[in-house]
Design a protein around this ligand. Structure first.
Ligand code: UD1
Ligand code: UDP
Length: 383
């Protein structure tokens, strides 16, 4: 029997980190032919992940522009993918999460009547403008996809609430698979500044911030709060790898340049990021991925957003929603820095998002879908 052709499509850093272990898993399955197409919605931040995981895409649309808009990303992906599908028609397309690449990838496949599998399905805030445009992207992909790989049971519940009950698998999040391969006790950073930080004596706060709905006043307030926290807590060192978006770069440097205990550095590769997270005191972020990784490493997280589609670690007590208001962010950070009991309450490792077996379950489910395997994978989170 000829192999079933599965094409993974991704474009940004987080999609790449979470799809890379799945690409590797699919490559090892004899009944499947694994092809990889990147849109390169991100360029340098994507290439860094491809390098670390030794992935050489079969197709690269190379679409990134400076200050790109949602419309340019979507149309360039649609047009590029149409050509890719003309050259080689997959039996199944896999997209990940909620970016513009994700939505355009699913839509382009739908236009050619190619089945779509959605990795990291079922996350919802139920607010179509927050996160923007991600909440709408993932909801629309949920309508298009025939296979849904949910990280958690509560994600499956969200799909059921929308009437999506067929082809749904609870697999865990592939980010935990990735995390299991990257953290090492003797890890050395490429930037000497990170090797010489006083991890035992100082309170290292790892910061990231990039979300589109935070552009403007929320981001101004977040950066002002970070500056205040740094100035008033000399025992803290803020390490902030700044996203390459010019909007974010400008705002971060304007507020934080010249403060002694703030280190604004270029984006880290994923191994460096995970190892810095494993050594830090706490995390302040609006990132989705960091909300999943830091709890697994036992690091308290303050989420710089008004809501989260990842409530599991909030319920487990490791993550707190700080919001985007200056006073709230300062108060919560101060509590974690000054109150050891409050810190200890949050600093415990929890793994609601996965057990490192997500890619195996997704590949098993795909084989089952194609009739190459008798049984569905066991769901993550039972027993
Ligand atoms: C995108 C996703 C967001 C995801 C984030 C992860 C959409 C609409 N947004 O947001 O869901 O959380 O990626 O980081 O899909 N840039 C570079 N080099 C890079 C990457 C970005 O220069 O390697 C700059 C470019 O000027 C680009 C800008 O960053 O125009 C913004 O990139 P874009 O993908 O549009 O938005 P993100 O904020 O990164
Ligand atoms: N990350 C990284 N280097 C950085 C910042 C983040 O490797 O300098 C990783 C991080 O560990 C996580 C992912 O990128 O796996 C999150 O990406 P991002 O915050 O850009 O997107 P989101 O998860 O919010 O969609």
């Amino acid at each position: 029997m000829s192999k079933r052709r599965v094409m993974t499509i991704f474009g940004t850093r987080p999609e790449a980190i979470k799809m890379a272990p799945l690409v590797k898993e699919l490559e090892g399955r004899h009944g499947l032919e694994s092809l990889c197409c990147v849109t390169a919605q991100h360029r340098q931040m994507l290439d860094s992940v491809l390098d670390i995981f030794h992935i050489r895409p079969d197709f690269d649309l190379d679409i990134m522009e400076s200050r790109q808009t949602l419309s340019t990303i979507t149309t360039k992906c649609l047009l590029g993918l149409e050509k890719v599908f003309e050259q080689c028609k997959p039996d199944l397309v896999l997209v990940h999460g909620d970016t513009s690449t994700t939505f355009a990838g699913a839509l382009a496949a739908f236009y050619q009547q190619i089945e779509v599998g959605h990795v990291e399905a079922g996350l919802r805030t139920w607010d179509k403008y927050s996160p923007f445009p991600e909440e709408m992207n993932r909801s629309l992909v949920g309508r298009i996809a025939g296979l849904h790989f949910c990280p958690t049971r509560s994600n499956r519940g969200n799909l059921a609430a929308e009437g999506i009950v067929k082809g749904v698998f609870v697999t865990g999040n592939t980010v935990i698979d990735a995390l299991k391969t990257t953290v090492a006790e003797d890890f050395r950073f490429a930037q000497e500044e990170l090797n010489t930080l006083d991890y035992a004596g100082k309170k290292i706060i790892l910061v990231t911030c990039h979300r589109r709905e935070n552009y403007g006043q929320p981001m101004e307030d977040i950066m002002s709060a970070l500056a205040y926290i740094a100035r008033t807590h000399q025992e803290a060192e803020l390490v902030y790898p700044v996203h390459l978006s010019p909007v974010v770069q400008e705002c971060a440097h304007r507020h934080l340049d010249g403060i002694d205990n703030v280190h604004l550095i270029p984006p880290l590769n994923v191994e460096e990021m995970h190892n810095l997270m494993a050594r830090c005191y706490m995390v302040m972020t609006d990132s989705g991925g960091l909300q999943e990784e830091a709890p697994a490493l036992g690091k308290p997280v303050l989420v710089l957003r008004k809501e989260t589609e990842r409530p599991e670690a909030v319920e487990a007590g490791t993550v707190k929603l700080a919001g985007v208001a200056y006073d709230d962010i300062v108060a919560l950070a101060r509590k974690l820095l000054d109150d050891p009991a409050a810190y200890e309450k949050m600093a415990h490792a929890v793994n609601p998002y996965g057990d490192g077996q997500a890619c195996r379950r997704i590949a098993d489910a795909i084989e089952w879908h194609f009739g190459l395997r008798g049984q569905q994978p066991e769901p993550f989170g039972v027993g």
